[in-house]
Design a protein around this ligand. Structure first.
Ligand code: ADP
Ligand code: MN
Length: 516
């Protein structure tokens, strides 16, 4: 934008956007400078136009295009295309200038600013990224595909005798084309042409339509890319504001850096501040887990939360952004249950929207290693195994939870023991897939320790029974899995019939135990 300088000009610096002074709708100049479409659209010319204030350049082109535009019967389609693009450009510039003013007004002198960057229109010459052009030819929306003639009668004409009007009538067709502009994407600024008796020729309409589609795709790609890159690098402005407030309020001393960038979250290290929240003393070192607000990864994880009855009523009413907050909320609740049962895990400090602050497992900014990254003596390995067996039982029986992503990736080795982390996806055992998740956890744990040389390690089926207290006797994986699914189904049927879940599973024919 700056290269053109039109919308970038501050309102104070100029009485109005520069284009007003060379507005195509203003008094046409008689100066004749011939230039081709390619010239006009080129960045260099755009700069020249701006720098030298060649007022004559645009009006000249408009003057050339004026005739065909009004009669609707044009021969020179290049000028129509240009006209369409210029129209578009002007609306976009106006729009961007307005956005800038609003942005400025909102931010004022604040140290933290909110950017409307994502809402800005994008133009070929002010986009700084040439990669955006790569798949310009994308044909998902074929711009040349014929529209269904919805407004023209089947027989192709209306009226009688000499008043007959066919669909080829210029005036009718022009008006219809103008009306059809309304079908462009909502963000596509078509201006006030719809309100006027504006007749767009087919060529102009098609050029506009094509432009609308390609702008839509460009814009979508650009915005998507930006979201990804900010989420990848650090966090979006809203999250930054949240973090800033935490530091500003004295809850955190400093945020030192990023520990991990995963698919669903970014984790930061911070030194705890001096102010206490909700009677809690802030740990000297904290981990800040920021759940990503890009939604891609969470789509795959719907099943963990959608079927969790604790969230069932709320789920359907929420938008995706709120669902992400629920992940953070879920992690907090699950960690609290674990904490209460005495399972080594991060201690919750505070939850703000999609940002969870907890105690840091590690020391001096160095996070404790994951079990997969640490080499333990065989003695420690055995110790770790029994500790995990014990923790899985506690988790199931005391916390009424199944981790559902338990593996050497989500267990940290710190202070000579194993710490469980990453419990946003943990569910209660009576979740429709709870037992399957538990079986998968058991498989991961069992395989890790068997490979790690712990001779005492139970196999996955034995471990499953040891944790759940169920007595599934199948001696092979397939049958075992089938029995698990049968139990889950029995529970679901029970919910259907009694509107109530079993509090625990029982596989030996005992009457189910209810939660009162
Ligand atoms: P993800 O869903 O991205 O896997 P995790 O909760 O597993 O999120 O966190 C990612 C990584 O961040 C962990 O593997 C661990 O290395 C680090 N981490 C997370 N929480 C803590 C914590 N409380 N203390 C220290 N490191 C942590
Ligand atoms: Mn993890």
């Amino acid at each position: 934008m700056d290269s053109v300088g039109v919308a970038a000009a501050t309102p104070e610096a100029r009485p109005g956007p520069a284009w007003q002074s060379k507005c195509p709708w203003g008094a046409p100049s008689t100066t004749s400078i011939s230039c081709s479409l390619a010239d006009v659209m080129s960045e260099q010319l755009a700069k020249e136009l701006q720098l030298e204030e060649e007022n004559a350049a645009f009006p000249e082109v408009v003057a050339a295009a004026e005739g065909p535009f009004i009669t609707g019967e044009n021969i020179d389609t290049s000028s129509d295309l240009m006209l369409a693009q210029m129209l578009q450009m002007e609306f976009d510039r106006e729009y961007d200038a307005q956005l800038r003013r609003e942005e400025k007004k909102i931010n004022g002198d604040s140290k933290v600013s909110i950017s409307f960057e994502n809402y800005r229109k994008v133009h070929p010459y002010d986009s700084d990224s040439s990669e955006d052009e790569v798949d310009w030819q994308d044909t998902r929306h074929d711009p040349y595909r014929a529209d269904k003639p919805t407004t023209t009668p089947r027989r192709g004409f209306i009226g009688k005798g000499k008043d007959i009007t066919t669909k080829h009538d210029e005036v009718v067709c022009g008006r219809k084309n103008t009306a059809r502009m309304e079908n462009f994407a909502p963000e596509f600024q078509v201006g006030d042409g719809i309100g006027m008796d504006l007749k767009l020729s087919n060529q102009v309409f098609n050029a506009l339509k094509q432009h609308a589609y390609s702008e839509e795709r460009r814009s979508a790609r650009l915005h998507e890319k930006k979201e990804h890159s900010t989420a990848e690098k650090a966090v979006d402005p809203k999250t930054r504001l949240l973090l800033y407030k935490m530091v500003n309020s004295g809850m955190l001393e400093t945020i030192t850096g990023c520990i991990s960038t995963g698919k669903e979250s970014v984790v930061f290290h911070a030194y705890g501040g001096s102010s206490a929240t909700e009677d809690k003393v802030i740990p000297p070192e904290c981990a800040i887990k920021v759940f990503k607000t890009t939604l891609n990864e969470f789509k795959n994880r719907d099943k963990y939360i959608k079927d969790d009855y604790r969230f069932k009523d709320r789920f359907s009413k929420l938008n995706p952004r709120k669902i992400i907050r629920m992940w953070a909320e879920k992690e907090m609740h699950n960690l609290t249950r674990m904490q209460n049962a005495g399972i080594p895990c991060p201690q919750v400090v505070i939850l703000k929207k999609h940002v969870l602050v907890m105690s840091f497992i590690g020391q001096d900014q160095v996070p404790a290693p994951k079990l997969k990254d640490v080499t333990l003596s065989s003695e420690d390995m055995k110790k770790a195994y029994y500790q995990i067996l014990n923790m899985m039982q506690q988790l199931y029986r005391e916390c009424n939870l199944v981790h559902a992503d338990l593996s050497e990736y989500n267990m940290l080795w710190h202070d000579g023991k194993v710490w469980l982390i990453d419990v946003s996806q943990s569910v209660e055992p009576t979740h429709p897939h709870g037992l399957e998740f538990l079986f998968r956890d058991c498989r991961n744990v069992s395989q890790f320790f068997q490979k790690g040389g712990v001779a005492e390690a139970l196999n996955e089926r034995e471990l499953f029974n040891a944790v759940s207290g169920l007595n599934i006797t199948a001696d092979n994986e397939v049958d075992f899995q089938a029995e698990i699914e049968a139990l889950e189904k029995m529970n679901e049927d029970h919910v259907q019939n009694h509107g109530k879940k079993l509090s625990t599973f029982s596989s030996d024919g005992d009457p189910p135990i209810y939660d009162e």
